[in-house]
Design a binder for this molecule. Sequence first.
Ligand SMILES: Nc1ncnc2c1ncn2[C@@H]1O[C@H](COP(=O)(O)OP(=O)(O)OP(=O)(O)O)[C@@H](O)[C@H]1O
Length: 383
Amino acid sequence: MSVQSLTEAVWDVLSRVNDPEIHKPITELGMVEKVEVDDEGQASVKVLLTISGCPMRNTIEHDVHAALQGVEGITGLDLEFGVMSDQQRDELKTKLRGGVQERVIPFAQADNLTQVLLIASGKGGVGKSSVTVNLAQALAARGKKVGVLDADIYGHSIPPMLGIADADVTGIDDMILPVPVGDMKVISIGMLKQSRDQVIAWRGPILDRALQQFLADVYWGDLDFLLVDLPPGTGDVAMSLGSKLPNAEVIVVTTPQQAAAEVAERAGTMASMVDQKVVGVIENMAYLESTCPHCDQTHRVDLFGTGGGARVSEALTLRLGYDVPLLAEVPLDPAMSASGDAGVPLVQTHADNPAAAALTGLAERLASRKRGLAGRKLNLVVN
Ligand SMILES: Nc1ncnc2c1ncn2[C@@H]1O[C@H](COP(=O)(O)OP(=O)(O)OP(=O)(O)O)[C@@H](O)[C@H]1O
């Protein structure tokens, strides 16, 4: 084969190597600066990283080597890395923003087709983050492109639940790349902290700016779903996201107790005050399935009482004037908590577990919803 055809063959295989964070071919992103092949079939390739010290360098190195191994006539590879110039980075950022120079929130644009689901709760510890990671994983397993935004400023627990507690985010200047976890893209408010034990006490304009950054400066790419883990309660984050994500929908997570149900109603009501639709309620820790030592049968034990989810669903339906259904009842199961600690969602490791099955069933229904642009609010400001 001629040197020219070999060079073309190398470009061709490189066009199938994706940047692990951006999920687009490195050739398309302008990251391949040079491809040369000599008479002996020895290839020299230079790849430009977006930033020096890019955490994905090893993955790219591995993928490029693997890609070239399949090319007949290539006898060896000399792979060199460089770093993009300011101008190259600017071109890349503009390309990623779809040719738009300024930063906008893609999910608030007229042509947005991403379903944004805010996972809310009245109080902490009801399992909001566990629900978020499991729903996200179940949606991704069904081929959906899923982003997870951990906006819980007080208890940002998403990274450890997905096994990325120590992940660093890559920034291309002011553009932030989310951390890839399987087919999901994840970003957490905790990733912006200097150290893990630092406390975030943002309020007002600073919090607002941070949320703006998460939505406009993070390169989310094309997503089918963006799941946002909100802080518990009806605070500043929910208010701020109300104006930033006018078409977001809210799922309220609660537990069976009366007290939890009352505060969950408030969280749902808050969503409607900022004009977001509440799509339904999930009752988590709904019951415990326990095998009786006397009769060896499995019994349902209502540890925390019953009916909290149904109560919230009925109250919100009445208050908001449209149907707010009970979407799922997720049992209490030590496996759920163990999977959170292990950093792998339960739906991935134990699909048959009843808690996992309840959330997978909901993900299936969400995945098959048809949504278009008709009737959607556009974030237009009338002067
Ligand atoms: N169905 C369940 N069965 C057993 N344990 C659960 C279940 N759901 C959640 N947990 C556990 O309960 C604890 C709290 O859950 P999680 O962090 O998801 O709640 P949260 O509402 O997001 O809390 P916070 O608002 O404080 O962040 C975790 O240890 C989690 O593993």
